[in-house]
Design a binder for this molecule. Sequence first.
Ligand code: ASP
Length: 411
Amino acid sequence: MKVFKFGGASVKDANAVKNVGAIINRYKDEKLVVVISAMGKTTNALEGIVNAAYEGKDYKSQLQKLNTYHTDIIQDLNLQLNIDYFIDLIITNAEANRSMTMPQYYDQIVCIGELISTTIVSTYLNANGIDNTGLDARDIIKTDNTWREGVVNWQQTETFVLNKIPEILKTKHVITQGFIGRTPDNYSTTLGREGSDYTGAILAYLLQSEGLFIWKDVPGVLNADPKIFSDTANIPELTYYEAIEMTYYGATVIHPKTIKPLQNKQIPLYVKSFIYPDLPGTVIHFDDAEIYYPPVLVVKKDQTLLSIRTTDFSFIAEKNLSHIYEILAKHNVKVNMIQTAALSCTISIDTNPYKDQILEDDLAKQYNVTKNENLQLLTIRHYTNEVIEKLTAGKEIILTQKSRNTIQILY
Ligand code: ASP
């Protein structure tokens, strides 16, 4: 069996949904588990709704827009389907849960985007001869209560996945949501933005799939983001190792957590174009292989640089570093780059309006903290001097770090 994952862009309107149907039809003799994201920019829209609703501000006009967006798609697909239930569910959660912390509140509402999209796609496919059963991913993906970043309980998830999916696959495809799960006490969780790829990997792993297919609006894994760079090339083949390195540094083509489960069972990951499904795309496989890679460019925007200095003139060595990392871990903050000096260390982290101030306050209890914001972090794997020169010309560089394969430049 194969696991397919379709992201928001691949179901953004009625034609896109029809195209998903056409792609699934190409594999009609196969057993498919199809993981689907919220439609288009729905998750962003839900984030807007969450922010307004949590503060008791008007969110109903935004919700109305989201409702219309989906009902238009339903109409264009000629379906007899009503999503009032989900809209009411958003309102109920928005009104009743304001005493929750923001991240928990967020998860209860944002997960509904995926529930709506899979309901529409599943109904469309069934109405058009592609028999499938819609499965609520929260009934199979079990997580702890790390809101917005649910940590998967693999054991429990395996039990539910194996109990439910193989049985359905005997006769039908499975349609389920990416990105969402559920805690033991029945709260919804999300797995981190763009987390649907990860759901695909979890299912591929537990079901011993012959491959995870991620369908995208690009021809495969490119050596740079075409939204940022004009001159990009498809990389036909990558090792798991290379793919993990790329995503670690911020390549957004695949969610960083996706590769590891696949690598553990040597399940290939195919990144393919839903626009040109005949193109070969990219295959990610093998632990080790002689592959030539072009320079791979990754830009991480919205970086905050924290300079952390000891106040008692003690060196930034093992003790202080482990203490700083303890604080970062407590706030679930990932360091994108670090440089240490005698009395200070500087770290680059993703700007996060939800927790930056709390983190800073925590660090400031023991250290002197200053910060620079609105920076970008450029990582080049397999760099050449020519590429470095071209990409840094005229930029005010704040930090650089270079190893044999990788250079990171903060500006
Ligand atoms: N809908 C979620 C997001 O936009 C998850 C995903 O698309 O992978 O982040």
